[in-house]
Structure formats: C-alpha cells, structure tokens
Ligand binder design. Structure first.
Ligand code: ATP
Ligand code: ZN
Length: 289
C-alpha cells in the first residue's frame, strides 16, 4: 500500500472498445490494479493512482469538474462534448474516423447534396460544425446507438457515424462518402491540478512515453564481417551509436542497435545487402532516452 493521501484519479471506460487498451497501458506502465473485475473504482498498490470506470461520454465532464484528475477518452467524444480540459498525450489506440455514409444505391454528388437531408448521428455538434463549415443546412437527428440502421428503417437519409474497418457500414448497405474527423484515444487532464497531482502526472506520462516509444522501436542484433563494419554501422542509427562486440569467430563482430518501425524493413534489406548475417529482431518493453 502506498502511504499517501495524494493520489492521481484517472477515469477510463468501464467497458467497450477503449477498456482493454486503457487497462493494458496502465499495466505496461508498471501500475498494478486490484479488483478490476468490480469495475467501479480501484486503486493501485504500487503507484498512487485511483481508477474510476465510467461511460466514455461522461469522462470529459468528470475531468473538467475535477472528480477525476485525468482521463482516457476518444478525441471524437472529447471534441463533441467540448469541455474545458487539456489534452496531455495522444495514446495511439482506439483509432477510428467520424464519417458521413449514404445508402450504397444512391449516387453521391458531393457535400452540397446533403442539403436538406435527415442525418442520423451520435455526434450532433461535430456534424453541425462540419455542415456549417461547408455551407450546408441539414436536419440532424441525434440518436445514441445503432446509427447505421437509421436509413434502413426510414429514420434518416444518411448517417454520420464512427468507422474503423467500414464493415458495419457495408453490412447495412451504406457507403462512406466524407470524413469529418480522424480520431484516436488521448490522455486528458483537469485544467487546475495542484503541484502534487502535476508531479504524479509527470511520472505517469514519463512511463507512458517510454511504453509508446518502445512499441515504435525494435532491438536488432546481427553479425557483421569486420571489413563491412563501417558500412553496416552507418545504416544503424541506434540511440547513441551501436554496440559492437567481437565474436568468437575471428573476423566477425556482433552489432546491437535500435531501429524504428518506419525505417525497419528498408534498413534490414540494406543491412543484408551490406553483408550482415544472423539478423535477430527483438521487441522492446520500455525505452527511456
Ligand atoms: P460507453 O458505454 O462507454 O458509452 P460506447 O458504446 O459509447 O461505450 P464504444 O463502442 O465502446 O463506446 O467505443 C468507445 C470509443 O472507441 C469510441 O468513442 C471511439 O473513440 C473508439 N472507437 C474506435 N473504433 C471504433 C469504431 N469502429 N466504432 C466505434 N467506436 C470506435
Ligand atoms: Zn459512449
């Protein structure tokens, strides 16, 4: 038990698409949670963190009010609710987009053709902003779930809904025609945290960034003929410079370095071409630089 009254209170989704990733992120940050199964609130034994499990729609309000100090929520919900909170960090999961979709049988002739249409959505504010920015007036019907069935049952002409793969739209005979917003989960914070809470948030953020960075990078080990070492090392950025160790076989060295995901395949091909052998690629758990 951490002996302090000062805890950071975090709000995460109770159940749904963000739940697993939010809990996993905290675990990867080395934060053990008790009684996650109760799913109302819990606290950590090894970090002064208290976790509230809430509906995602309520999280911005709770953080604005200071009931929770920080929260994890999709940008879609955050921008729709328009509460006064700060975004601390993009978390890279819960990726989706808010899109306009029309019945597949209909020919779509651009944003102007939405004029006067009935649009079903759970995001009236974002849809209104989008229409306004495009000089279109339409009739927004706010519904809280199963938006995609609205055209089929005659409730609306088109929908504005969250999409990731697009399979739900497809199954409901709809096609995506406009993107209103690209969204992912973010860490938000109350605007007036005290010094102690700020300090705890910094600690948590330091860990989150180390986890995120590790996911974007791989540890690479390879064998290099000594006469090719210079060329091979030039292909490896590493954190400072690569580690080079002699192998038992004379004339060969073992080279260790870190490669980012974006440049990974390109570099591996070049390393092979430059004479590297026995290339091993290992995931990194945490990365602090
Ligand atoms: P709650 O009961 O908490 O209100 P919900 O039904 O509103 O849950 P979920 O469907 O669990 O919400 O989605 C939570 C969040 O996951 C969304 O707000 C969005 O940020 C993200 N998300 C990612 N991909 C999708 C998708 N394809 N459809 C819906 N949400 C998605
Ligand atoms: Zn919700």
């Amino acid at each position: 038990m951490v002996q302090t009254n000062n805890r950071l209170k975090i709000a995460i989704q109770k159940s749904g698409r963000l739940y697993e990733d939010s809990v996993t992120l905290l675990k990867e940050c080395g934060i053990d949670l008790r009684n996650v199964k109760d799913r109302l609130r819990t606290e950590s034994d090894n970090f002064p963190l208290e976790v509230f499990f809430l509906r995602d729609d309520d999280i911005p309000q709770y953080v604005e009010d200071g009931v929770a100090d920080i929260g994890i929520v999709g940008e879609n919900v955050l921008f729709e609710k328009n509460k006064s909170v700060d975004v601390v960090e993009k978390l890279g999961f819960g990726k989706c987009r808010l899109s306009v979709a029309v019945p597949r049988s209909q020919e779509y002739k651009g944003i102007a053709s939405l004029e006067g249409k009935r649009i079903a959505t759970s995001y009236p504010r974002l849809v209104e902003e989008f229409l306004h920015a495009n000089g279109v007036k339409a009739d927004i019907h706010e519904i809280s779930g199963s938006v995609e069935i609205a055209p089929g049952i005659g409730l609306a002409d088109v929908v504005a809904d969250l999409v990731s793969s697009g399979s739900t739209l497809f199954m409901n005979g709809l096609k995506e025609v406009e993107t209103i917003l690209q969204s992912q989960s973010v860490l938000i914070k109350n605007k007036s945290l005290d010094a102690e809470q700020q300090n705890l948030l910094h600690k948590l953020l330091f860990r989150i960034q180390a986890v995120k960075k590790a996911k974007r990078n791989k540890y690479v080990l390879l064998n290099a003929p000594n006469d090719k070492l210079k060329e091979i090392i030039a292909l490896l950025p590493g954190m400072k410079s690569p580690t080079v160790l002699p192998l038992a076989d004379s004339g060969w060295s073992s080279v260790h370095s870190v490669l980012s995901e974006d440049e990974f395949w390109d570099r591996i091909e070049k390393l092979k071409a430059a004479g590297a052998q026995g290339i091993l690629v290992v995931p990194i758990e945490k990365m602090v630089i």
